[in-house]
Design a protein around this ligand. Structure first.
Ligand code: ADP
Length: 140
């Protein structure tokens, strides 16, 4: 399988509860390398632009407010099949449906406040990485 890069966000519910290190450890244990990382506090408008594909969904306003409620840690993860591997380590959107040992099973509070974001395709990964990082910030 090819070496890929994917965009990860450690969401406000997790940064607020000091879970950043524990979550990064799960990525690294799964063989994903952090090749870029920064802690930022999004505005609701920036969160809205990032999640534009969900703008018609009923939870969109709630999602934008949540993502702007506390700082987030945005990261680029690299590794073999990184896009699917990250989704596997994250677990299902709803923590009640997530497999044992996944980040969302261990840490998420609800379907909305679910601790992590991960790109869901190669196209999303390219767009989402470019949304947060310049090429100069990727230091694999
Ligand atoms: P995923 O993050 O697993 O790819 P989606 O792309 O379906 O999931 O949704 C994006 C994000 O929107 C979720 O991670 C979650 O934070 C939020 N979300 C999804 N569904 C709901 C819902 N029913 N109620 C509140 N928030 C939701």
């Amino acid at each position: 399988m090819a070496i890929e890069r994917t965009l990860s966000i450690i969401k406000p519910d997790a940064t607020k509860r000091n879970l950043t290190g524990k979550i990064v450890a799960k990525f690294e244990e799964a063989g994903l390398r952090v090749v870029a990382s920064k802690r930022i506090h999004l505005t609701a408008a920036q969160a809205g632009a990032f999640y534009a594909e969900h703008s018609e969904r009923g939870f969109y306003g709630e999602l934008c407010d949540f993502m702007a409620s506390e700082p987030v840690v945005v990261q680029v993860l690299e590794g073999e099949g990184a896009i699917a591997k990250n989704r596997e380590v994250m677990g299902a959107t709803d923590p009640a449906q997530a497999d044992d040992g996944t980040i969302r099973k261990d840490f998420a509070l609800s379907k909305g406040e679910n601790s992590v974001h991960g790109s869901d395709s190669a196209e999303s990964a390219a767009r989402e990485i470019a949304f947060f990082f310049s090429g100069l910030e990727l230091v694999g």
